[in-house]
Design a protein around this ligand. Structure first.
Ligand SMILES: Cc1cc2nc3c(=O)[nH]c(=O)nc-3n(C[C@H](O)[C@H](O)[C@H](O)COP(=O)(O)OP(=O)(O)OC[C@H]3O[C@@H](n4cnc5c(N)ncnc54)[C@H](O)[C@@H]3O)c2cc1C
Length: 407
């Protein structure tokens, strides 16, 4: 591994791949001098595991959202079957088509796409142009000219008394007639219900508020100027964070999946307890009781939660020490970054949900990854990050003409 790379990318999920793809498209020389670190040693390990565990066949987002810098990289594939693109006006890709497109991008990256199987334990911005020092889990350190954190550090929300892994459950092992309570009002909760019902379990879904139908987890207006223009105009970080939180709201379910769930409920295959918060789980022998806010309890063999997760600097082991030392300012738990998603005054960039104050409610999604990647790549070329952001820029394409070796 190059111990003094120009760029070190921490994490090898979709956000990191989107960044490296964009970097390779605009500056192959710098890309060749970069390193990617992730304990899994491979791309998209967490994403693949999640989709496999929950048996998710299709993405929720449209086919133009993926890590390849060419937005049509999925739709122009020649090896797609009819079920690889589904939906009406806005097609959604299968997990197979998404992964195949990511694999092709990694292949095009060549050596730069190698993931070094190392976890980063600490990072220290050295100030000015000196770069950032990273401590690795093998006791060594490396100094990079620039570091991009794409670790998706977040804290899963679950219930008091629930098993430690209740929030990362899958129900592939559900048994016939097993009584299962699923807590949560988003698509993941519905996917867990589907898994359990398919295996003949007796399922109850508990949701804090009545189930809400919505095609995407964030209104598409937030992918472009329609909503982002006003967001950009606000100079108050607390206002921006509040607007982003309001836009995401709680969990929502695409109309088709919600329709299927209601049919299961009407047919007696699922019991819906809507609009009642679950308060906690109490083990009783080999069973559990799920306590509800209306004073009732549900007896079950197993309780699983799909209540989402919270991204805050305090849950990020790499950024929390910087906030504690006063190097990084936070508002409502989120970091205040500059337009290039940098910790101000450093060469440390942050992608994903922690960039919400800059990018808005879709920062952690594939669409947010595309915007964040463009902003960070732009500073390497001396381009204004805002001119490069496809979500808000209305000017001409700011990137220089494609150079030999770019992907
Ligand atoms: C069930 C589900 C479905 C989703 N579907 C969609 C969808 O259809 N469309 C969409 O836009 N979004 C979707 N999302 C949201 C989001 O796009 C995904 O969560 C996505 O995986 C986030 O990408 P990421 O790169 O930030 O994080 P991850 O995929 O979690 O990758 C982070 C990587 O960082 C590594 N890492 C962590 N700490 C360190 C460290 N200290 N050192 C080195 N490496 C580290 C981890 O090992 C991991 O590989 C979905 C989310 C979920 C939960």
């Amino acid at each position: 591994m190059n111990r003094t790379p120009a760029v070190a990318v921490v994490g090898a999920g979709p956000q990191a791949l989107t960044f490296l793809g964009r970097l390779a498209a605009v500056t192959p020389d710098v890309t060749a001098e970069s390193v990617v670190l992730d304990p899994s040693g491979r791309w998209l390990a967490r994403w693949e595991d999640l989709f496999h565990r929950l048996e998710i066949t299709h993405l929720r987002s449209p086919a133009v959202h993926h890590p390849d810098p060419d937005v049509d990289a999925i739709t122009r594939r020649r090896d797609l079957c009819t079920h690889d693109l589904v939906g009406g006006s806005s097609l959604r890709p299968s997990q197979w088509a998404f992964m195949a497109t990511c694999r092709d991008l990694v292949t095009r990256l060549g050596d730069a796409g190698t993931v070094v199987p190392r976890s980063v334990r600490a990072c220290r911005p050295l100030g000015g142009d000196l770069g950032v020092e990273l401590d690795l889990d093998d006791g060594t350190s490396l100094r990079a000219g620039r570091v991009v954190l794409a670790t998706n550090a977040a804290h899963p929300v679950t219930l008091p008394g629930a098993e430690p892994h209740a929030g990362q459950a899958d129900l592939r092992d559900a048994g016939p007639d097993e009584r299962i309570v699923v807590v949560g009002g988003g698509l993941t909760a519905v996917q867990l219900v589907d898994q359990a019902v398919a295996r003949g379990a007796s399922v109850t879904l508990v949701t804090r508020r009545p189930l809400v139908a919505r095609s995407y987890d964030v209104d598409p207006g937030w992918m472009g100027p329609k909503r982002l223009a006003a967001f950009e105009r606000s100079n108050d970080p607390a206002d921006r964070i509040r607007a982003a939180a309001r836009a995401r709201g709680g969990g929502t379910v695409p109309p088709a999946a919600l329709g299927r769930l209601r049919e299961l409920a009407a047919g007696g295959r699922v019991r819906l307890v809507e609009g009642v918060a679950a308060l906690g789980v109490v083990p009783v022998g080999h069973h559990v009781l799920v306590r509800l806010a209306d004073g009732c309890s549900l007896a079950a063999d197993r309780a699983v939660t799909a209540m989402g997760s919270v991204a805050r600097v305090e849950f990020d082991p790499l950024l929390e020490p910087l906030a504690r030392a006063g190097v990084l300012r936070t508002v409502r738990g989120l970091p205040i970054l500059d337009d290039a998603l940098r910790v101000p005054g450093t060469r440390l960039h942050v992608m994903g949900r922690l960039a919400t104050e800059r990018l808005g409610p879709a920062a952690g999604n594939l669409a947010g990854a595309r915007r964040g990647a463009a902003r960070i790549a732009a500073v390497l070329l001396g381009i204004d990050p805002l001119d490069a952001d496809p979500g808000i820029s209305t000017g001409p394409d700011p990137w220089p003409a494609r150079r030999p070796g770019s992907i």
